[in-house]
Design a protein around this ligand. Sequence first.
Ligand code: ADP
Length: 467
Amino acid sequence: MVKLWPKIDHQSLQVRLIAGVATVSTMGLGSVVTWMSWQIQHLLVETHKQNLEIIANRFPRDVEIYSDMVSLETGIQKAVNNLTNYNTLLWVKNSVGTITAKSQTEMMISKENTLTFLSDLNSQPKLQKIQGDYWLLCAVPLVVKKNFYGQLYIAHNITSEQTMFLHLTRSLSLSSLLAIGVMLLAITWYVRKSLKPLHRISEITQSISVDKLKDAQIQLENAPSEIKQLVQTYEQMLSRLSQSWEQQQQLVSNVSHELRTPLTIVSGYLQSLLRRGDNLTSSQREAIEVATSEANRTIQLLQDLLDLERADSGRMHFYADLVNLNNLLIEVVEMTKKFSDRICLLELPEQIITITVNEHRLKQSLLNLIDNAIKYSEPNTPITLRLEHSKEQVTIQVCDQGIGIPLQQQVRIFERFYRVDEARTRTTGGSGLGLSIVKTFIEGMGGTVSVYSRLNKGSIFSIIFPL
Ligand code: ADP
């Protein structure tokens, strides 16, 4: 199914701010509309209640005046006629519940059956909806000259006002909904705009590599002062980070220098001991051989660390010459034969390919890759060195049929000291620096290095130089 909406990140500040502001404004506006509607309704009912109370107070007095001139029943009817108008109806029931007087209007005729049968009325006016009309109804005891006569019923039709009120409430609710919608859009736009500097900081920070820490600057235009302050703190932290990175580099460089010289001397003595020590027992010879190889491995590690430190600090120079790659690869295969008896196949194109690179660094990179290929494959499988070229690029590949590298680890093997699996690499020696040296050298010469590998099938490391 096609996803129409992007996934909403509920943890994001943007979503939280928009949701928060939207909830508060909806609740605020909703409460105002509800309160206003309640107030208008209250005002409407209260105004008409007062009219009903005036009629209820005046009616007995009118009856008393009329009854001085005519009979009581006629007096009551006259008072009813007098106080009836186009939207007010009156009727009087005597003590046994018979209607003795009522308004003489058309409305009374049409509504009599529904209004006069209502039984739960009392002296407090009550709003009721009867057959689509809104009525304010009340019933008060009728006392004439201190004698209880019966009940006076007053019905006041407020349909037009109530309809107007309902219409108003509906319009108010609709316009509030519309206002909330517009507000939501405006808030979304504003929150996005306000958070843009944060996204920018994140983008800039991602692009700051370790060698650019020193000069890293996060420049933001028109950012709010809080964000500017954050950027300032961030830059101060980057500067401290840069300082400690430099100190660490310096330490690595000093320690490597200090250790490399005595170790080289130790290795030299051990080698001469091996050459001249005819009277050594086999176990003594074995011990000196192990010591020599460990000393050489440590010297190589120190050399790698020095190279990386030099590359990081920009002090490594890649003096480039025009190099015949066909010859270089033949030479590398010859060198491999000196330290390994592995079959090394060479696939060269017919024509000679020359590029401008630092010959020494390229050779060192290839030897590193071949060393890995030998380390991580069975002794009876060959290593292939391949040279290819097209119009745009030259590719050198080192292929083995070894254990391969799991896909998720392939991006990390070029990191310093990263080793795929300590258990499987323990026996092979190495320090996890070989591939980072290759990457540093090749990229320093304007090339790229990548890997294609399948578990238990083998790996292909490709060095590519654009032409
Ligand atoms: P190491 O000194 O451990 O060989 P590298 O930087 O040369 O360090 O290699 C990093 C890791 O990549 C190694 O530990 C190894 O697991 C893996 N690796 C490198 N080359 C190969 C290869 N040709 N076949 C399988 N795994 C390899």
